[in-house]
Design a binder for this molecule. Structure first.
Ligand SMILES: O=C(CO)[C@H](O)[C@H](O)COP(=O)(O)O
Length: 338
């Protein structure tokens, strides 16, 4: 039983209780705890859109860490990550190794699921319906249809409504974010340029989305109808975005976040939370950095605390970043899946 299979009320209660009962969960395993939760409300349907949307809401303010093995998963859990994302290779290594990047080995994903108590996500190739079916069967908590892996379909994304497991998708602008939402994604992450250790593209994408939402808000109804056509999404989705003045689903920042200061910057720009991979596990101080990034994301409104977080790491141990301008157009991961 995974988190998305619970009802909304059960998930809510789970997260409230999580702080109190973390030790109990650790000692007994999550499975022992679930029957108690089930008793709270056994009648509500599970795997519904409400549940799929609730799961990312409860991760807000947190950091999801890319990991490739059990050891890294344990570092992430120990550091206070809200979830881990299992990959075959970290985005930096995907970039360096070339070739076709596919979903991670299911045996490793299973090992990770059995070794930690926080939610486990994993990536599939864009449009790879069947990798997603395998991950759903495996019981992961969320699927990332990711441009970091080699796209399986150059034209279509997965129809995510068909799944009971929630999906996260990347976006560089409002059009992409709303198209993925219309396809059934429960969470968006700004794409940034993964594996570069360079936060500049994540900043750019977050600012583009913010400014496009601002212009929707001030637009006439007639122009919003036109925008919906341009974005190729239902008008109601454009209308809702303008009304609530934000993306209708949770939006985390990703791609190139490497330091606590980067983490705080993205939260200040309005991210609901963060995905961080290479920046932590390609650094020379992953244990400390993982904790420092979690602290900075949670306390981004307090520069003095972010300063403490920044002091927990050593700049000399940061991953060597890549200047985006040095990448050839075909080396950009962000342009996959529009
Ligand atoms: O979700 C992701 C892409 O699918 C990655 O988690 C994210 O982009 C990580 O990038 P980096 O390695 O630069 O931190």
């Amino acid at each position: 039983m995974r988190l998305y299979e619970l009802s909304f009320a059960q998930i809510e209660d789970f997260f409230y209780k999580l702080a109190e009962v973390k030790d109990i969960i650790k000692d007994n395993g999550l499975m022992e705890f679930l029957p108690e939760l089930k008793k709270l409300d056994s009648t509500i349907q599970t795997g519904t859109t409400r549940v799929k949307h609730a799961f990312p809401i409860f991760q807000k303010g947190g950091v999801v860490m890319d990991i490739t093995n059990v050891q890294q998963a344990q570092i992430a859990e120990e550091a206070g990550a809200v979830a881990v994302m299992v990959l075959d290779k970290l985005p930096y290594d995907v970039r360096k190794s070339g070739g076709v990047a596919r979903m991670a080995d299911p045996k490793i994903i299973e090992e990770v699921m059995n070794s930690i108590t926080i939610p486990v996500m994993a990536k599939v190739r864009i449009g790879h319906y069947y990798e997603a079916k395998l991950l759903e069967a495996l019981g992961v908590d969320m699927i990332d249809e990711s441009e970091v892996l080699t796209p399986a379909d150059e034209e279509h994304h997965i129809n995510k409504w068909e799944f009971s497991v929630p999906f996260v998708n990347g976006a560089r602008n409002l059009g992409e974010a709303l198209r993925r939402t219309a396809e059934g994604a429960s969470m968006i992450r700004t794409k940034g340029e993964a594996g570069t250790g360079n936060v500049s593209e994540a900043v750019k994408h977050m600012k583009i989305i913010n400014s496009e939402i601002r212009s929707l808000i001030s637009m006439s109804e007639e122009d919003r109808v036109k925008k919906a056509r341009e974005y190729q999404v239902p008008y109601q989705l454009v209308e809702l975005t303008a009304k609530i003045k934000r993306l209708p689903i949770v939006n985390f920042a990703a791609g190139g976040i490497a330091t606590p200061a980067d983490a705080a910057l993205m939260m200040w720009l309005g991210a609901d939370g963060l995905f961080v991979g290479s920046g932590i596990f390609k650094s020379q101080d992953p244990d400390e950095r993982a904790k420092a990034v979690v602290l900075a994301a949670a306390c981004w409104e307090y520069p003095e605390i972010v300063l403490e977080a920044q002091k927990m790491i050593s700049e000399q141990k940061s991953m060597m970043g890549i200047d985006i301008k040095s990448l050839k157009p075909e080396e950009l991961l962000q342009v996959r899946g529009l």
